[in-house]
Design a protein around this ligand. Sequence first.
Ligand SMILES: [Zn+2]
Ligand SMILES: [Zn+2]
Length: 365
Amino acid sequence: MRAAILRDYGEPLAVRELPDPEPASDGAVVRVDACGVCRSDWHAWSGHGEWADDRVPRGQVLGHEPAGEVVAVGDEVDRFRPGDRVVVPFSLGDGTCPHCRRGAGNVCEDGRALGFEAAAPGAFAERVAVPAADYNLVERPEWLGATAAAALGCRYMTAYHALAERTTVGGGDAVVVHGCGGVGLSAIQIAAALGARVIAVDVDDDALSLASDLGADETVNPTAADADATAEEGGTAGAVPERVRDLTDGGADVSLDALGIAETCRNSVRSLRPRGTHVQVGLTTDAERGEVSLPTDWMTRWEISFLGSRGMPPTSYPDLFALIEATGIDPGGLVARELSLSEVSDRLAAMDEYDVRGVEVVTEL
Ligand SMILES: [Zn+2]
Ligand SMILES: [Zn+2]
């Protein structure tokens, strides 16, 4: 099969022939019909994570947002057969530990991150092996095509888990999303579907215009002239939190850092009302190396909650599908571009310059 391999950090991926994977006795092999390209791939490709001993190894097949069809299963697999249409979550649980049994497979201590470690080769490939298939594979409803499902397999479900499961956004809540890349735009669409009033923050006007199309009620560009003026008047808290306070009559109920740089993380925390909830979704870059300093005295004074959120347990998919069906939102609406496998390197490089809008999906494997 053809697969795109990380030869070295920051270098173009090598598209090569590899042997077809065989299913483990509890696993399955899925023919990849579509696989999204994500900022997490960019982090891996850039060699980030060294500070946490979490660097993706050279030789890794990247790609963690696949949707496709089962082509083979191991003899212990009960729930799936060749021909089943599926989506594969990137955070793979072992299915047996206390976390998995409690419905939190995304924090399985023995879990694997698809496309990020040698034991879990990724899905920028014609086929991908999935361990513990009965637990991890998700049946794809008739109405969900492979391309939309790939758009949903990482960022969309991450946004859903952050907003609906880590915290519970409801009707009338003011939600701010800092960073309008794939996960940020997904969060905007989902927050709007949950009945929230949504404010989108980004330095890029094109990203903000996409955010408005997907349901943002207000947009804030921190580089705009009026924001600078507010910063001068607003003192140390900064332009973005001041602007959000103005728009929300005192601060947001929930604020999400969908990017993961120090500025967006602090702005997000500072955007909250007393007892508001910050959810951290974005991972940091070389500049932060996994740590961001925060206004802890202020957070204590106003009883701010700070939550981490990663992916979504595979067991939560039925709830996400139910929300999509009930509200008619379209994850496919986030797909801005379809790619071939050989184009992935260029699109990863484009992320260096934040030059990617919406979600891009490899559909030609
Ligand atoms: Zn992803
Ligand atoms: Zn587990």
